[in-house]
Design a protein around this ligand. Structure first.
Ligand SMILES: [Zn+2]
Length: 206
């Protein structure tokens, strides 16, 4: 009887050990969206935030909604977009963009620059429906509405590190300044304020 208990316990022990090993391997497996190397959580949040900005801009562009464009683009790029949108509108065309999927987003460079600013350069690979419709006939005049296209961009973004800006942390409720990484100085929660968001400085198709 004792022997049976020992065998049973060893069996359970081995089972538990395999489970732990499996969990360690599973949890440390890098997310392919962020490349082959392991990326810190804080970087993943920043990168996903940049992907969200990309999506916001694409959808805003597609629906002729200029407000997000103004909010997330530098003035020269914003003006260029407005000009291009105007050309589309006048030729009765609309660029339809839908179902944007993230394939890969990689951090190339992230560094403070002058005047309390930070600059980040990322490469972004997406898959999306992206075509041009004639707004009168509803017919596709450029691209395809049945096949997704793959886009590859290099985005340069900057954000200004606010000096003396205090906010109430949504996590711990304390009044805080932003740390150098945009975190609450008390609980290290990433808090991205409007005054602390990235603006696209350059979009290059690669
Ligand atoms: Zn906090």
């Amino acid at each position: 009887m004792d022997q049976l208990v020992i065998i049973l316990l060893s069996f359970l022990g081995i089972l538990l050990l395999s489970l732990i090993i499996f969990l360690i391997l599973f949890l440390s497996k890098p997310d392919s969206k962020f490349g082959k190397k392991k990326v810190p959580e804080i970087d993943k949040i920043i990168l996903m935030n940049i992907f969200d900005i990309y999506k916001t801009i694409q959808y805003a562009w597609a629906s002729f909604d200029i407000v997000p464009l103004k909010e997330y683009l530098t003035i020269p790029i914003y003006q260029y977009y407005i000009q291009q949108l105007d050309i589309l509108k006048r030729s009765n065309q609309q660029n339809i963009i839908s179902d944007i999927e993230l394939i890969e987003i990689l951090k190339i460079y992230f560094r403070p620059i002058e005047n309390n600013q930070e600059r980040i350069i990322v490469s972004l690979k997406t898959k999306e429906y992206n075509y041009v419709n004639d707004t009168n006939t509803g017919k596709v005049v450029r691209g395809s509405n049945t096949t997704k296209i793959i886009n590859k961009y290099r985005l340069t973004l900057t954000r200004k590190k606010p000096s003396n800006v205090t906010v109430v942390c949504p996590n711990c409720g304390k009044t805080t300044e932003y740390s150098s990484k945009g975190e609450c100085i008390h609980c290290n929660t990433y808090i991205l304020g409007q005054e602390y968001h990235f603006i696209i400085e350059k979009i290059e198709k690669i």
